[in-house]
Design a protein. Structure first.
Length: 397
């Protein structure tokens, strides 16, 4: 790949320096060697014969979307209409809609069809600044379809220059053709071993909620994941306090996501375990929820806060990380600095990735160059179109 220096830019390293949590370097430069950052600092201190001007842009790490359901069949635009007519999330699910409608469409779709539709969504996320995207299964609810979804996620890797981090969403909803015990048994004894054997996922996720699965059922799945050396994550405390976050923390979960009903004990457990809080403001917005996640509690406990699109066909048909940054600031009260950290350094931590999310030596040279005069603009504009340039492994895409 060789060497290149990007200059004529200002850099948000996301590594604290001189009391600045964003680690800003004005009139900076970034030296990249073979796809990795070799040096970052003042332009005057970095020399190179091969230099590329970024036109005075602000440069951030490439954005990381750490919670998506990007692979699915069909869409659920009809449910959007039902919701606008007053139906609740639970009422739609109880009527046979919700996740199960996506399950039917996903089971019927071929791998090629799923890959084609997912690529279009990934193109949009990439245009918004994403260079790493987590992709969950969870719309199969049987071994064959779950494995099919994960193979599609694997095939997406590298499309539009995006690194894909695949997650097996082991417990998402109860399939209509089986009972709870039989289904959990199947996940534990058949699907997790198959996923691990094919190397199709880097973590295991579940939905712990009154309309989904109990903490006890999730624990069984997490024990199986641990036996196959797969880290865990959890959809927790979205609609009620099921004490899922604290349970996930006992398993050293990478993240607990949603968290609108998180309590102090859960926040404290997450802090002690290093579990990242992933907030999903677009789902909150689409569901017209009124109870916001306890951001002050998370701050006080010292829990790192990430944010993500939660792109999915039912409750968050969202394909823009800058839009989610604005929503996190406007709806949840995150500062612009917290919002940017939430899609960079903290999002990387939520995925267990230590080689991205900051602009520092030895990190992947995944970067976004933004045509803004102030970094606060990233969380200020509603629907900011994306960076002027996206750089992946040191190369302009």
């Amino acid at each position: 790949m060789g060497e290149v220096v990007y200059f004529d830019c200002h850099v948000a390293t996301m590594v604290e320096r001189h009391g600045d949590p964003l680690g800003r370097i004005e009139d900076g430069a970034i030296r990249v060697v073979d796809g990795r950052i070799a040096e970052v600092g003042k332009r005057a201190d970095i020399e190179s014969d091969d230099a590329v001007s970024l036109g005075g842009a602000w440069v951030t790490p490439g954005l990381i979307d750490c919670h998506t359901h990007l692979v699915f069949g069909g869409n659920r635009a009809n449910e959007h209409a039902m919701r606008r007519a007053g139906a609740t999330y639970e009422e739609i699910a109880e009527a046979g809609g919700g996740i199960l409608s996506s399950v039917r469409a996903t089971r019927e779709a071929s791998e090629d069809a799923l890959l084609s539709s997912a690529r279009k969504r990934l193109d949009a996320l990439a245009a918004s600044g994403a260079t790493t995207v987590e992709v969950k299964s969870g719309y199969g609810l049987d071994p064959d379809t779950e494995l099919k979804m994960l193979r599609v996620a694997k095939a997406l890797d590298g499309h539009a220059g995006v690194s894909i981090v695949p997650t097996f969403l082991a417990l998402h909803a109860l399939p209509p053709e089986t009972d709870r015990t039989a289904y959990v048994d199947q996940v534990v004894n058949e699907t997790i071993p198959a996923v691990a054997a094919e190397g199709l996922a880097t973590s295991v996720d579940a939905f712990c909620e009154r309309i989904a699965f109990t903490a006890e059922e999730v624990e069984r799945v997490f024990e199986a994941a641990r036996a196959h050396e797969l880290p865990v994550r959890l959809h927790a405390e979205q609609l009620s306090n099921s004490h899922g976050a604290a349970m996930a923390a006992r398993f050293q979960a990478l993240s607990a996501d949603h968290l609108e009903h998180l309590d102090e004990a859960g926040a404290k457990a997450m802090a002690e375990a290093g579990t990242v809080a992933v907030l999903l403001p677009a789902a909150f917005y689409c569901l017209r929820e009124t109870r916001t996640p306890p951001v002050d509690l998370l701050r006080e406990a010292g829990v790192r806060i990430a944010i993500a699109t939660d792109c999915n066909p039912g409750t968050s048909p969202t394909l823009s990380l800058p839009l989610v940054m604005n929503m996190a600031a406007t709806l949840f009260g995150l500062t612009p600095e917290e919002a940017l950290a939430g899609v960079t350094v903290h999002a990387a931590a939520a995925l267990g990735l230590s080689d991205r999310g900051t602009i520092a030596e030895e990190q992947r040279a995944d970067l976004c160059a933004w045509s803004v005069t102030d970094l606060n603009e990233l969380a200020y504009w509603i629907g900011l179109p994306g960076p002027a340039r996206r750089i992946v492994a040191g190369q302009i895409i």
